[in-house]
Design a protein around this ligand. Structure first.
Ligand code: 7RM
Length: 659
């Protein structure tokens, strides 16, 4: 075992990626921001952080009462932004557009079975008001918590906006979560109402949302007084007359006007539960004005959103990406957004590309896990469809391997669409580090530079900034930003411990490791908890995985450490091949080849000691690799983690080398 003194304190970088992709002239010429205007924005943010955000807040949001105070840091790490102002998010997303955009399509919806709907801004506004009046009629009021457990249909967004309209705090629970997870979240939030549906369509099956809600409420959730049920699938469900109300009955006699509840800037807009690396889920609490401001500016800066765009973010509204870039961001800027209910592979893996073609999608935003999965299916599916309307692509959720980036760039973007690799978190509310597509070149695998007004840096153990290029360290944010989380619901101590204690309240700790290259570009190396320590070298997981994925036979890879008496940690790789999995999971020749390949690509230090092949990798419901589970498997310990949410539980046998 390496002793403390021989252990290199910083995280080493071994990945070499030097390709540079400047935006195409066609994109630059129409972009909202170019190099000059971006430089100006950066400068004004640097000169006066607070005034920078204050003028944006005045320009971009519509206030019922103007604020006079910008940032209040007296009670740090509890920060308040624009705190003496008042506004309403649903007013900002809907009413303020009606004069000019009332008849513009706000939402284009496609169900998994092919049904489509289009709703104008005026229609969404009317539905939101009626539903908000319905909520009020059953006694829901300002400050109450409301859980939304819905399929990806327009009513999910309508429900969110209706809560915002009356000042109720929503907590959206992803429809793929079990009754047990739903119950935990309801109880932690002390919610008074659940908004759900009979079911949703996903993967050719019905997701039994109402049945799961019944199960969650059967043993606990004492605070729940009402369950509102949208009829989506029309299949038989149990109905408790005393507790349950159909959505259509609730809104039937409601008027189409509902005065927005003007709330303070700091009023909690929503809670969103995110599972930490250990322990129970954290209810991340977001604000009203600050949250909305960063959603709006990133729609403009990063997505270059224009009046005639069709914007499609594939995330479920159960994740932060669905909050900021399905619901709030697109509507707050008056855009047309697309919502798709189902799975990417129904009826076949061409579905996303068909939707892009049929609805003339211009901006497409998805996760690397989806890109890799679709890449694995080959180029034929995307080639079948007309993707020429696409002008900008985006990714989020994980580091994207250069290999997958290149596929996205060539096969989907036809080498003319910039790719925005956006780094951010549930806690940050909106994009933090990302290219500005018309104003700077991109590099495959790098999220490039912090946005104007975001003070991201990489620091060592002591909190000193690392200035040597390519030396890894802790990713931190040094100045407060408007859409930062405000606390963890019901556990303020955990808020302080998790995000602020490491650097004594000075910096926000993101929990990721990262490095900056010679151009100052940021490269995310993985979660801090996942860093490997091989013979005293601290290695991020990302780079080894990228080297594996760069091999023509590899579609996906996850690397974890396994305790090793000599090296401290050995490298254990789980690999998904582009073709079939080897018989019984054994292919000595390929294993040798892959070990040599990694050794050649990045050096012998990164060569995996063991490689195991599986049909898929275990992922969380939001598509992130479950590395903690893989660590358990690599060490050969008994699995204690909850694996019931795995899409394909059968792969556990393969990962354990038993099948
Ligand atoms: C938006 C979201 C946050 C964590 C974050 C990172 C990882 C997200 C990127 C990324 C590399 C990216 N929120 N992450 N985006 N890593 N490049 N562009 O995903 O709360 O669910 O996750 O996701 O580790 O800390 S999240």
């Amino acid at each position: 075992m390496a002793t403390e003194s021989t252990v290199t304190k910083n995280i080493e970088s071994i990945l070499q990626e030097n390709r540079l992709f400047p935006p195409a002239d066609g994109f630059i010429n129409q972009a909202r921001l170019n190099k000059g205007s971006l430089d100006q924005l950066r400068q004004s943010a640097q000169q006066d952080h607070e005034s920078f955000w204050a003028s944006l807040a005045r320009e971009e949001l519509t206030w019922q009462k103007e604020f006079t105070q910008t940032l209040d840091s007296r009670n740090a790490p509890h920060f308040r932004w624009f705190y003496d102002g008042a506004l309403n998010v649903s007013y900002n997303c809907l009413d303020r557009h009606l004069g000019k955009l009332g008849n513009k399509t706000a939402i284009v919806f496609e169900g998994e079975q092919g049904d489509t709907r289009r709703l104008t801004y005026a229609e969404v506004q009317r539905e939101v008001c009626k539903f908000a009046n319905g909520l009020k009629s059953i006694g829901i009021k300002n400050g109450d918590r409301v859980v939304i457990y819905m399929p990806m249909v327009p009513e999910a967004v309508i429900a969110m906006l209706a809560c915002a309209r009356i000042g109720a705090i929503h907590s959206v629970v992803f429809g793929g979560f079990s009754a047990e997870s739903l119950k935990d979240r309801i109880e932690d939030a002390g919610a008074v109402c659940v908004i759900t549906a009979d079911g949703g369509h996903r993967g050719g099956k019905i997701v039994e949302l109402k049945a799961a809600t019944d199960k969650a409420l059967a043993h606990g959730c004492a605070t729940i007084k009402n369950v509102i049920v949208l009829r989506r699938t029309g299949h038989d469900i149990k109905f408790d007359r005393g507790r349950d109300t159909w959505w259509h009955d609730l809104v039937e006699n409601q008027g189409p006007d509902c005065q927005p509840e003007w709330v303070d800037s700091e009023h909690p807009l929503f809670l969103l539960y995110t599972s930490g690396s250990t322990g129970k889920p954290k209810g991340i609490q977001h604000s009203t004005a600050g949250y909305l401001l960063n959603s709006v500016v990133t729609m403009k800066w990063v997505f270059d959103i224009k009046d005639n765009d069709i914007f499609w973010c594939t995330a479920d509204v159960g994740w932060i990406t669905g909050h900021s870039y399905v619901a709030y961001g697109p509507l707050a800027v008056g855009a047309t957004m697309l919502m798709y209910e189902g799975a990417p592979v129904v009826p076949d893996p061409g579905r996303f590309w068909k939707i892009c073609q049929d609805h003339k999608v211009t901006i497409f935003y998805t996760a690397p896990t989806a890109i890799r999965a679709l890449m694995k299916q080959g180029d034929d599916y995307p080639r079948r469809y007309d993707l020429t309307k696409l002008r900008l692509l985006g990714t989020v959720g994980e580091p994207i391997n250069p290999e997958a980036w290149m596929w996205y760039h060539t096969v989907i973007g036809k080498e003319k669409c910039p790719i925005v690799d956006t780094w951010w978190q549930t806690e940050t509310g909106a994009h933090m580090i990302s290219p500005i597509p018309g104003a700077m070149p991109t590099k495959p695998g790098s999220c490039t530079l912090p946005l104007p007004g975001i003070d991201a840096a990489i620091v060592d153990e002591k909190g000193n900034e690392i200035t040597t290029p390519n030396q890894g360290g802790y990713l931190v944010i040094r100045k407060p930003w408007p859409s930062m989380l405000r606390t963890i619901w019901g556990d303020d101590q955990r808020y302080k411990d998790t995000y602020w204690s490491k650097f004594k309240g000075k910096y926000y700790l993101a929990g990721d490791s990262a490095r900056r290259d010679e151009d100052g570009y940021f490269w995310i190396m993985g979660r801090i908890d996942d860093v490997l320590n091989v013979s005293g070298h601290r290695l991020g997981t990302m780079e080894i995985e990228s080297a594996l994925v760069a091999h023509p036979k590899v579609a996906e890879a996850a690397v974890v450490g396994k305790p090793d008496e000599i090296k401290g940690e050995g490298i254990f790789a789980f690999v998904v091949l582009r073709g079939a999995r080897p018989e019984g999971g054994i292919d000595e020749t390929l294993t040798k080849e892959l070990r040599a390949w990694v050794s050649e690509q990045i050096g012998p230090i990164a060569r995996p000691d063991e490689i195991r092949y599986a049909d898929n990798l275990p992922k969380t419901r939001s598509g992130k690799i479950m590395r903690r589970l893989l660590r358990t498997i690599a060490t050969g310990e008994a699995i204690t983690q909850d694996t019931s949410t795995l899409e394909n539980e059968a792969i556990l046998q393969q990962l354990q080398g038993k099948a």
